[in-house]
Design a protein around this ligand. Structure first.
Ligand code: ADP
Ligand code: MG
Ligand code: ZN
Length: 482
């Protein structure tokens, strides 16, 4: 990052769409991708006289996240009107929370560059999303902008961090950790392309060791981890160079241009909105009882951070394995279920990380959609372990087992794949190979030892891959000596 006298200071504001069936203040569906304006009613279109009714499920989800992020859940919070005009905002204001949000003062533990770090969460507040404009829509010879209110009033949580993040790498680690937590809680689908998980980043720089905050800029609408990292790197470098050249950072909103890899000014402080917040008169203060909070706490799942620690401690897995397994809640269940039938965690992990993940990806399915159940995978690994089939056979038949959902035991019996562990049978296959390749045998005996692999391969071919590899090796070595 060029000049090492400076450090970046980053605070992130994340918007997460909640997976409720209906919108925040009406009964309309939240489903993505429906016919434009088919999920609308007088309330979410802001027609005069329509009144909002708060969705209880959305509050459940907010409490869930608050607890998962170690926040205080405020027993009383209020909704506020954030006033501004835009065609995607039919009421002329957005219902949000301002001075008294539902959750405050939490933290997220992240890991970046091999180091653990705690990032404080300032607040989480509930709000409704705006509609969506579709620009440059051409009908016959004219071009229009159209508006779709299906997204209008879909519940969002805004998660605001303290400016504790100092590098783009930490920013990405924070966002990934937060996204994983949302997925584990099953309250957001985390889809960045569809905008269910969006981020604005506030950035400033300061001399290392300084405690004061510099003037910040805000980067809007960053919708992939890669863009976030790139734009932050660019923006930090830009600010340092500006200050070093005797200039001053101006507080402004900037956009990231993906193609050029640079940020540019969208609007300055003078053009910044004055939202004239005031308490929403159509909604009562939100009062949350201790019982409500305890009820939610009692159904909180084990979170990725705790699970990672447990996988390392209980199963003795390397960190690398744990990260892959825990990154997907279902995959971590799949792993634990398999270990129940085949209690060798590292072996199970290896098979999941290579064979299973590859086949899942190829079929574009989730772990539990695979006809090969954890029980069956355990059975397959047992067949390898007790010498019934070779590893090679197990790998060869894996794709077929993924499709068929049959017991591996039955499958290998029916297909005649059971490993040959009969010495005489292997020895006769070896004899056949040796008589086929007298020249190679000669060479081997004169010291070309790397030919051993060739012979092993040939004997395997003779036995259709079924020779017990250990016996094959021993017998072959003995035979080649004589
Ligand atoms: P506002 O009310 O203008 O939105 P907040 O105090 O809510 O400001 O902060 C918004 C975000 O900006 C937070 O994530 C916060 O951590 C971050 N932030 C505030 N000041 C700075 C700064 N000087 N440098 C970087 N980030 C900052
Ligand atoms: Mg803000
Ligand atoms: Zn509606």
């Amino acid at each position: 990052m060029g000049n090492t006298d400076y450090e970046g200071v980053i605070g992130l504001e994340v918007h997460a769409h909640l997976l409720t069936e209906s919108k925040l203040f009406c009964k309309c569906s939240t489903r993505f991708g429906a016919e434009p304006n088919s999920h609308t009613c007088p309330t979410c279109m802001g027609l005069p006289g329509a009144l909002p009714v708060l969705n209880r499920k959305a509050v459940d989800f907010a409490i869930k996240l608050g607890l998962a992020l170690n926040c205080r859940i405020n027993r009383r919070s209020i909704f506020a009107r954030k006033n501004y005009y835009y065609p995607d905002l039919p009421k002329g204001y957005q219902i949000s929370q301002y001075e008294e949000p539902i959750c405050e003062d939490g933290f997220i533990d992240i890991e970046a560059g091999g180091q653990e770090k705690r990032i404080r969460v300032k607040r989480i507040h509930m709000e409704e999303d705006a509609g969506k404009l579709v620009h440059e829509h051409t009908i016959e010879t004219s071009t229009y902008s159209l508006v779709d209110y299906n997204r209008s009033s879909i519940p969002l949580l805004e998660i605001v961090s303290e400016p504790d993040i100092t590098t783009p790498e930490e920013a990405v680690a924070y966002l990934k950790t937060l996204r994983d937590i949302l997925l584990y809680l099953e309250i957001c689908d985390g889809n960045m392309e569809e905008g269910s998980f969006r981020c604005d980043a506030n950035v400033s720089v300061r001399k290392k060791g300084s405690k004061e905050l510099g003037t910040r800029t805000e980067l809007k609408n960053l919708n992939s981890f890669k863009h976030i990292e790139k734009s932050l790197n660019y923006e930090i470098r830009r600010q340092i160079e500006l200050i070093e050249a005797g200039g001053r950072v101006i507080q402004e909103t900037r956009l990231f241009n993906v193609d050029e890899g640079i940020t540019y000014s969208m609007r300055g402080k003078e053009e910044a909105h004055d939202y004239r917040y005031f308490p929403e008169p159509d909604l009562l203060p939100l009062i949350i009882s201790n019982e409500w909070i305890e009820e939610i706490r009692s159904v909180l799942p084990e979170l990725p951070g705790e699970k990672t620690k447990r996988f390392i401690e209980v199963y003795g897995l390397p960190k690398y394995d744990t990260e892959i397994l825990v990154s997907d809640k279902d995959l971590s269940y799949y792993f634990e279920e398999t270990v129940k039938t085949f209690p060798e965690p590292k072996t199970v992990s290896n098979w999941i990380m290579t064979e299973l993940l590859r086949e899942l990806k190829e079929r574009n399915i989730k772990p539990f959609e695979a006809p090969l159940s954890p029980q069956y995978l355990g059975e397959l690994l047992t067949l390898v372990k007790d010498g019934t089939i070779s590893i090679k056979i197990a790998k060869d038949i894996f794709p077929e087992l993924m499709d068929k959902g049959v017991s591996p035991k039955t499958f290998v019996k029916e297909k005649g794949l059971i490993q040959i562990s009969d010495e005489a049978e292997i020895a006769s296959a070896i004899d056949r190979v040796i008589s086929l390749y007298p020249k190679e045998v000669e060479e081997y005996r004169f010291g070309k030892e790397k030919l051993l692999g060739f012979f092993v391969g040939q004997v395997m071919k003779e036995t259709k891959g079924k020779a017990n590899p250990k016996m094959l090796n021993e017998l072959l070595l003995k035979r080649l000596k004589t």
